[in-house]
Design a protein around this ligand. Structure first.
Ligand code: NAP
Length: 262
């Protein structure tokens, strides 16, 4: 067997192309900028927030390190849009090395009271969106590339007084899907991992009551919420060939110890 020397692997994303879904706001925005800082050309996917996505593209170009970015509108819960998103990525930059399935929505409520429309949104974006985009990306992604799926500590943790069983279950799908695809793509040396954020400051947290927010803060070893930049660092670690080399099928909890605390 050929000797393996980790030092020969790239320690940056120079020359690589990353597609980040849901990159117009919050965690996805921070991931897109971080991957560009590491040298990647980045596709900033968005669904409704065109102006915010354009601002992320401008922020990447302003880094001044040569990283390029384009914004591409696509609703990942549509098979046709997911297919087009990957095709337009390859058309824009000629290749695809890193896919980050970040787009997601939160809808909370008691199971017998959650409107079915909300349930269908959760399943459509958090499950079908991840599946459709991955399915479209598999033939396109370069051997040796990386897929990083954004799950949530919520796939493991139920908090009394904060009912969100359907959301939790969609993230359980992400955890299992990651392991399955990691096995499938191992012959091509494509690393497939999950990053599970703890509660993170973004628009998604806006609907959370102060009481639950405080409960969540107290669960963290460091007594604070995560920032989108905290999560982006974990994604970058897995995306970069050298730091991520020996990780596949793993679930990296970026949560200030919340999951470990249970
Ligand atoms: P956010 O601030 O609400 O941003 C959500 C992003 O997803 C936006 O860019 C939005 O784009 C995009 N999006 C929504 N529906 C989409 C669709 N159908 N197609 C394409 N893009 C779509 O949320 P966030 O907090 O950054 O969450 C990002 C990910 O982290 C999600 O998967 C979430 O479940 C996960 N997460 C978040 C937390 C937290 O506490 N914030 C904790 C654990 C896990 P547009 O605005 O353009 O529509």
């Amino acid at each position: 067997m050929a000797a393996f020397d980790i030092k020969t692997l790239p320690n940056s994303l120079n020359g690589q192309v990353a597609l980040v879904t849901g990159a117009s706001r919050g965690i996805g925005r921070a991931i897109a900028i971080k991957l560009a800082e590491l040298g990647a050309n980045v596709v900033v996917n968005y669904n409704g927030s065109a102006a915010a996505a354009a601002e992320v593209v401008a922020a990447i170009k302003a880094l001044g390190n040569g990283a390029q970015a384009v914004a591409i509108q696509a609703d990942v819960s549509s098979v046709a849009d997911a297919d087009r998103l990957v095709a337009e990525t390859v058309k824009a930059f000629g290749r695809l090395d890193v896919l980050v399935n970040n787009a997601g929505v939160f809808r909370g409520g008691l199971t017998d009271q959650l409107p079915l429309d909300d349930y269908h949104k959760l399943v459509g974006i958090n499950i079908h969106g991840v599946y459709y985009t991955t399915r479209a990306a598999i033939p396109a992604i370069a051997d040796g590339g990386a897929i990083i799926n954004i799950s949530s500590g919520a796939s493991k943790i139920a908090i009394p007084g904060f009912p969100n069983a359907a959301y939790m279950a969609t993230k359980g799908f992400v955890d299992s899907f990651t392991r399955g695809v990691a096995a499938e793509l191992s012959p091509r040396k494509i690393r497939v991992n999950t990053v599970s954020p703890g509660a993170t400051m973004s628009d998604m947290m806006a609907a959370t009551s102060e009481q639950v927010m405080e409960q969540i803060v107290q669960m963290s070893f460091f007594k604070r919420l995560g920032t989108p930049e905290d999560i982006a660092e974990a994604v970058a670690f897995l995306a970069v060939p050298r730091s991520g080399a020996w990780f596949t099928g793993q679930n990296l909890h970026s949560s200030g110890g919340v999951t470990f605390a249970l």
